[in-house]
Design a protein around this ligand. Sequence first.
Ligand SMILES: Nc1ncnc2c1ncn2[C@@H]1O[C@H](COP(=O)(O)OP(=O)(O)OP(=O)(O)O)[C@@H](O)[C@H]1O
Length: 393
Amino acid sequence: MAFVTPAGVFRRRDLVSCDGWLDKVSQWIGDEQYEDVGVDVPGLEVVDLKKSFLRKEKGKKGKRKRKEIVHALNGVSFTAERGQIYGLLGPNACGKSTTMKCIGSINAADSGTIRVFGVDVSKQPYKARQMFGYVHQDAGVDKILTGREHLDLFADLAHVDTARKEQNTEDLITALRMENFIDLETGVYSGGIKRRLDIALAMVHQPGLLLLDEPTTGLDVESRAIIWDLLREFRGNGGCVLLTSHYLEEVDTLADVVGIMDKGSLIASGTTAELKASLGGTRVQIRIEEFTSQTEAERALEHLKAKGAIRQGLINPGLGNALELVIPANRDTSDAVEILLRDAGFESMFSVSKSRMSLGDVYLTATGRSLQDADRIAQAARDPKQTKSEQIL
Ligand SMILES: Nc1ncnc2c1ncn2[C@@H]1O[C@H](COP(=O)(O)OP(=O)(O)OP(=O)(O)O)[C@@H](O)[C@H]1O
C-alpha cells in the first residue's frame, strides 16, 4: 500500500518503521509548495498520457521467463474544471488506476503532460501533491493508529498549521460522521469507516483536487451516501474531483462530465446527458421465453443484425438469455423488432420492455460489450501474480 502525501509517496513499512521520518520529510518540503496558484486554470489537465508496463511471467525451472509489454494508456487526454466532478468509467484493466497513479505521481508516465492547477506533476511533484488529495483503490490506513492520530500525522506531513489542522480535523470528522470511531484504533474499523478515514486523510490539507480511485466499491449504503454528500459539498465549494468507478449509477448521479475508457483509451466523453443524447436511439430488452436457450437467443440476434434492425445487441445470460438491444432512432422500435422475430419463427415474446438510453448503453454502443462482460474478460486475462503485487503495493 502506498500513501500519497504532499511530502511524497510512502509505503506502509516506512510509516511503521522509519525513526525520525517526520524530520526527513521536513527537509523535502520547501515553502514554494504553499504559493497560491492562478484562479483561472483548470483543476486538472491531462494531455496525451501514455504508459506501458513490462509484465514478466516467472518461468518454471529451466524454462524461459515470458515477457510482455502491456500498453496501459495509449494517449489519454481530458480536462476537469474547478467545481466539477469528472467520472472515469470503464471495465477492469482499462487503465483507470494507471491514469490515477500517473496523476498522483505514484507512476511516472512514459510521455504526456499532467497539470494540477497549472502545476506540472512531473516537473514539480511536491508542489502538485500539495494541491491534490489521493484516495487509493484499497483502504490505506494503519491498524495500530487511531483515526485521529492518522489525521494528525497526515496534517503534519503537509505542514498544516496547528489551528487549521484542528479545524480541518473537526470539520472532516463531522462531515464524515466519524465521531464515535475517531479515537479508536483503525484495526477495529469496518470497511466503510476505513474508507471514510481514507477520504478524510486525503482532504486534511485542504487540497483543491481530489483523486478518488473507486472510493465506494463494496461499501455499505450509509457510508456511500455520506461520501457522496461530502463530494457534492466539496464540488459546491469550487473543488475539482476525478473519480473512477465501476458503478454506472455512481457516475451517473455524481459526475458532471464522464469519460469512458476502454483498453487504455478514452473512447467517449461529455456530460451524461450529452452522451446519452448522442446515441439517439432506444433501448429494448426482449425475453423470447422466460429462459431462452443460448442457441435460440443467438439465432434471434443474428437475424436482427442481418436485417439491420439494431445498432448493438447482446445476450444477457443473467436474465434467461434476454436480448439487450440498441435500436437506431430512425427505426420503429420494439414493434418492428417483434415482427422481425415472428418472421424468423419466434411466435410470441415472454416480455418486451423499452427504455431511454443509460450510461451502460453508451458503453455498449461504443464498445459492443456491456461493462460487466468487459469486466469478466479483463479479469480472466489479467495476470494473477501481477494483480497480487499491485495489491501489496
Ligand atoms: N505495475 C504493473 N505492472 C504490469 N502491468 C500493470 C501494472 N499496473 C497495471 N498494469 C496493467 O495495466 C493495465 C491497466 O491496469 P489498471 O490497473 O490501470 O486498470 P483499471 O482500469 O484501474 O482496472 P481495475 O478497475 O481492475 O483496477 C492492466 O492490463 C494491468 O494489468
